[in-house]
Design a protein around this ligand. Structure first.
Ligand SMILES: [Zn+2]
Length: 139
């Protein structure tokens, strides 16, 4: 049994040699496929299930691709996009959660978010990222 597993592993290693393999983009494509398949269980749409077949096909093509540089570039772009979306959602969640005690301002120079205690009046704050002075008015 252990020897068969080792042989299987060796075959897999040989098959995947010089190929992209399972990166984060492929993993998320497969997860999205599973989610769509699960949700389509309730809807039962043929169009959605046909569109859902594109995802594992794309993931498979990317996994077995030998253009590792191109695939890693795609993966990097995907991760950048994903992190910017996740960060945006996190900051908005925090803004809502802390809205009674703090205000958030976006620096016009570097786009960083700056948290300011909610005290009435005009305040001058320095951006912690770029150091630019920002004037804010809290009512
Ligand atoms: Zn700034």
């Amino acid at each position: 049994m252990m020897q068969q597993l080792a042989q299987l592993r060796a075959r897999y290693m040989k098959l995947m040699e010089g190929r992209c393999g399972l990166d984060k983009l492929n993993r998320d494509l497969l997860i999205l496929w599973i989610i769509i398949g699960f949700l389509n269980g309730f809807i039962g749409s043929r169009i959605v299930s046909l569109c859902g077949l594109i995802l594992p096909l794309l993931a498979g093509l990317r996994m077995f691709s030998t253009s590792i540089y191109k695939r890693s570039k795609e993966n990097r772009k995907y991760l950048e996009l994903k992190s910017s979306v996740v960060d945006g959602v996190k900051i908005r969640y925090r803004m809502i959660k802390e809205r009674k005690k703090h205000r958030y301002y976006k620096c016009k120079n570097c786009s960083a978010y700056i948290r300011v205690k909610r005290k009435k009046g005009e305040h001058t704050i320095d951006c912690p990222k770029c150091g630019k002075e920002i004037r804010v008015k809290i009512r």
